[in-house]
Write a protein that binds this ligand. Structure first.
Ligand code: RP5
Length: 331
């Protein structure tokens, strides 16, 4: 059927086709078909006292709690960012009066070059917020988004000391997916996590990445894991651990990272996974889940892994000791 359209409508339609499809895109949830299976370890599990447990059952990870103020997003930054305007603890919240607040505005050249209206296949929103709102809705896992006087979305965890989008392509939330893949090493009896070393900051991190517009989370998890850790895995059985804000050093007042963290426990199968660093990683390796290794990971990744271990312990009825050993809670 032919429907006549005005040239203005045709132009808008072209933009929508080139950029997004006008729908608000939030990555959907995976529904696992199977539940976690029992470990078939060849060795006996040690009995572990409460005080020796790496992640106690009542552990709380502030950065994963909605409306908790961020830390890294106002204290760290990529090298190309201007210095962040100081944001003291009591001024993080948008509700706190801060009349002197005058942060620099910064949008990376790479972001502007990838404006999806100007470039076929560009992954960034147009710089104009009005043009962005024409082509897609802005939605967040953190709830209703607040906007500033010029119509730009405001970071749900408060001030960051920088306006603009920085290195992030989208106004508001930029969606990522983080695959946390674990195994129990059958030789050592320790819980291990597959981590990469990021090439941008040099920090150890979960091998996650950005969800392409309209892409299924399971596809992102698979694609990113392959790209960064060199291994093909099926995430159909992965369990959702967390969905929301990431305290990422690239975040600004108007653009921030949000992620879907999924956990896939490989049991003994993990012993056949030999990671190889992909394009965005310096290295990819199995790392023992001990206190030292999990302390200073990229962005909120220490908290995401902590929450994962907490949930896994509950489900598997096991506990992880501070040195990574998997055992049974002492009576
Ligand atoms: C973090 O940035 C997310 O948790 C995810 O791991 C990562 C995605 O960004 P790139 O790795 O694609 O730079 O906020």
């Amino acid at each position: 059927m032919f429907l006549p359209t005005s040239s203005a409508t045709t132009y808008t339609n072209k933009l929508i086709l080139r950029c997004y499809n006008k729908k608000a895109h939030m990555p959907e949830k995976i529904t696992p078909e199977k539940t976690i299976r029992e470990e078939k370890l060849t060795k006996d599990y040690p009995s572990i006292n409460k005080g020796e447990v790496l992640v106690p059952p009542d552990a709380k990870f502030e950065t994963l709690e909605k409306s908790q103020p961020h830390q890294k997003a106002r204290k760290e930054k990529p090298r190309i960012y201007p210095d962040r305007f100081p944001v003291p603890d009591d001024k993080v919240s948008w509700g706190a009066d801060y009349p002197d607040y005058d942060p620099p505005s910064f949008v990376a050249e790479l972001v502007l070059e990838n404006d999806c209206i100007r470039k076929q296949g560009g992954w960034a929103d147009p710089e104009s917020i009005e043009a962005t709102k024409e082509i897609r809705d802005i939605v967040s896992y953190e709830g209703v988004i607040r906007y500033d006087k010029e119509g730009y979305p405001l970071n749900p965890r408060g001030r960051t000391g920088i306006r603009g989008r920085g290195l992030l392509g989208k106004h508001g939330p930029n969606f990522a997916a983080d695959p946390i893949v674990t195994r129990v090493n059958v030789t050592t009896g320790q819980l291990e996590i597959l981590l990469i070393q990021r090439s941008d900051t040099g920090e150890m991190a979960i091998p996650g990445g950005m969800v392409d517009y309209g892409e299924k989370v399971s596809s992102t998890l698979r694609r990113e894991f392959k790209e960064e850790a060199g291994t093909e895995l099926d995430f159909g059985d992965a369990e959702l651990v967390y969905q929301g804000y990431v305290d990422d050093p690239r975040n600004t007042d108007n653009a921030w990272m949000e992620t879907s963290v999924y956990h896939l426990h490989l049991e003994e199968r993990g012993m056949d996974v030999f990671p190889e660093a992909g394009s965005d990683a310096v290295s990819a390796q199995w790392v023992v889940a001990n206190q030292e290794n999990l302390r200073n990971l990229y962005a909120s990744h220490s908290a995401s892994i902590g929450e994962t271990i907490k949930k896994w312990q509950e489900k598997a009825k096991k506990v992880v000791r501070k040195d990574g050993a998997v055992g049974i809670p002492a009576a």
